[in-house]
Design a protein around this ligand. Structure first.
Ligand code: HEC
Length: 126
């Protein structure tokens, strides 16, 4: 009995680990075109603001970055980055925040967004 329980625990651990690794791994791949313009593992600005701690951050609040007035207005109106808002923004930045300086990146896969968020959360905690 104890052996079976241990075996099940072992299998559950294997499944859990492989699912998690695949997720973050794909998230890193999804982020690749973004890091031309964004740092993500630390603060500091490039062409775009750092994405460190972006999840649950209010739009246009990363310090030291000069946001477009369009993004500042969106932040003041209450835009906070989470799964729903990122999904909409990354699908078509200009449609969601007209006048934003960010070019279209067109991420259309919901799974890619999930993985991207998992990865951004993971590196924000490091
Ligand atoms: C060609 C450069 C470029 C690329 C590529 C790019 N971005 Fe951006 N991004 C920007 C700029 C510039 C801004 C600032 C927009 C503004 O102020 O209107 C921005 C803003 C953002 C914001 C809002 C940040 C905040 O603090 O409010 C998020 C979120 C974001 N980008 C995510 C991404 C993700 C995720 C990708 C990849 C899928 C990506 N960006 C690709 C240039 C880029």
């Amino acid at each position: 009995m104890r052996l079976i329980a241990l075996l099940l625990l072992y299998i559950a651990t294997l499944i859990h680990n492989s699912a998690y690794a695949g997720n973050a791994e794909n998230g890193e791949r999804v982020l690749r075109p973004c890091i031309v313009c964004h740092l993500a593992d630390r603060h500091g600005n490039k062409i775009g603001p750092s994405l460190k701690n972006i999840i649950q951050r209010r739009a246009a609040t990363e310090s030291g970055y000069r946001f477009s007035s369009a993004m500042i207005k969106a932040g003041e109106a209450g835009l906070v980055w989470d799964k729903k808002t990122l999904t909409e923004y990354l699908y078509n930045p200009q449609a969601m925040v007209p006048g934003t300086r960010m070019a279209s990146v067109k991420i259309t896969s919901k799974k890619d967004i999930d993985d991207l968020i998992a990865y951004l959360e993971k590196i924000s905690q490091q």
